[in-house]
Design a binder for this molecule. Structure first.
Ligand SMILES: [Zn+2]
Length: 214
């Protein structure tokens, strides 16, 4: 049987949580996240932040996993850790809750995956996921999704840490360009639906008037 690929799994990306300021949401309240294909919700989970003194230390995930027709209600906690960034501020990580060879993984990772037929969100190594061979420079996936995502991430950092109006304007232009390309990429490549994680309460949040995430 072919190995599962990253592109077909549901993904929880800590960068998405951080960029959309979900990590500063009130603790102990259940929020929902949906995955969309076009306008249709294809999957959703509940999450609750646990923490103290205004900082989360873990996230509780609640959802139903499916093995064929059988439904498995899942509820477990994943540890979150911050690391300092060179440019100031912090970068957050999941600590993988998976097991490999009878040993807890506990790898620090940006993305947790739930491939079809699996029960837990764990890291790429725990699920033994490979990358789709189409994921390379020059491919549609790279040009419409991966590259604009990288440029958007880099420009977000530049925007937040630059004081020069000229650089801020350039960063904003890059971010808007990247978002336009991503929007068309999500429509053209249905398999990238997993990257199009949106808040249950609304559309992906756009840039506010100050050019920051609303
Ligand atoms: Zn792992």
């Amino acid at each position: 049987m072919a190995k599962s690929v990253v592109e077909d799994a549901l993904q929880l990306d800590i960068l998405y949580f951080q960029q959309n300021r979900l990590l500063s949401w009130a603790p102990d309240i259940v929020h929902n996240l949906n995955w969309h294909r076009g306008e249709k919700v294809i999957s959703s989970i509940g999450f609750t932040l646990l923490g103290e003194q205004g900082r989360p230390h873990s996230i509780r995930l609640n959802y139903d996993a499916f093995l064929g027709q059988d439904k498995y209600p899942c509820g477990y906690t994943v540890t979150l850790v911050p690391t300092s960034c060179n440019y100031g501020g912090v970068r957050w990580w999941f600590i993988c809750p998976g097991w490999r060879g009878g040993i807890e993984c506990r790898r620090r990772c940006r993305i947790l995956y739930l491939p079809s037929g699996a029960i837990y969100f764990v890291c790429r190594r725990c699920h033994e996921l490979t990358y789709d061979s189409t994921r390379k420079t020059g491919s549609l996936f790279y040009e419409l999704i991966e590259r604009p995502m990288k440029i958007r991430d880099k420009s977000m950092v530049a925007l937040q840490h630059s004081r020069s109006p000229r650089r801020q304007t350039r960063a904003l232009q890059r971010i808007r360009w990247a978002e336009r390309v991503l929007t068309s990429g999500f429509l053209r490549l249905p398999s990238t639906r997993i990257l199009q994680l949106r808040l249950a309460s609304g559309e992906t949040r756009g840039l506010g008037r100050q050019g920051r995430w609303a």
